[in-house]
Design a protein around this ligand. Sequence first.
Ligand SMILES: [Zn+2]
Length: 259
Amino acid sequence: MFDESRYRASAGRSAHEQSRTSAQSPGVPQVFVIGANASTLGLVTSLKDDPITAQLVPVAVTPMGAVLGDNRQKVGVARAGFFDWADRTFPADDERAFIGSLRDLELLLRVGWDSSFPEVFDERSVLNADDVPDELLDAIGRPQAALVQCAVCRRLCVRDDFPWKERPLCAWDFHAQVFGKRGPWREGGYEARHFETLPACAYVVPALLDELDVAVLLALGNVSPAGAHALVRTLLESEEVRSHMAVRTATGIVVLCEG
Ligand SMILES: [Zn+2]
């Protein structure tokens, strides 16, 4: 997920230069990103105490990019073992892990750097934004969200984005289960009452449908149930699709058909 070559290519961008400058003004809340792996972002806001309080933020990997959880877990790490801990938590041989500059960390340790967690946590509050891979910086720039574990793969996902049969799923498993061969496909027309019990999710990802041999037949914005019913009925009468499925998303209704 966090590809180092990408951040090298973008290092030294002017926006990040600015954030580095503002970082040096005293009293501005700042975080230093220690590292990240596929499910956790590690940061510190102070390096003056022993033990050091590191903060771990859960990370959900979605088809729209990584999303940070809205909660932070604090862990105390002895000063003497701090680098070992960082190395173990974000190992260099894990291609999905990223670790910040240990030299910068050492300098900050030496001067007893001390800041506080910002009220609004975004990329402007990242002291070492220059070093952080773009994907991770993008995740930091997105609003944080409540995360839960997917009921199938146990990875983290954004809560309520992809519920199915009252269980939280991640986007990947929702697509595979609901839009797969055994999903609630329908043949024949839609009655008005069918629109009251449509499968519902935050968004449909066309790239994930390709693998399932499923296509988007129609994507509607926020139309009334009566309007959606009329449009879907007209479409299905004229298109002669065999199996189809209407899905409610955050922005409207999507009608899918089996390829
Ligand atoms: Zn899953």
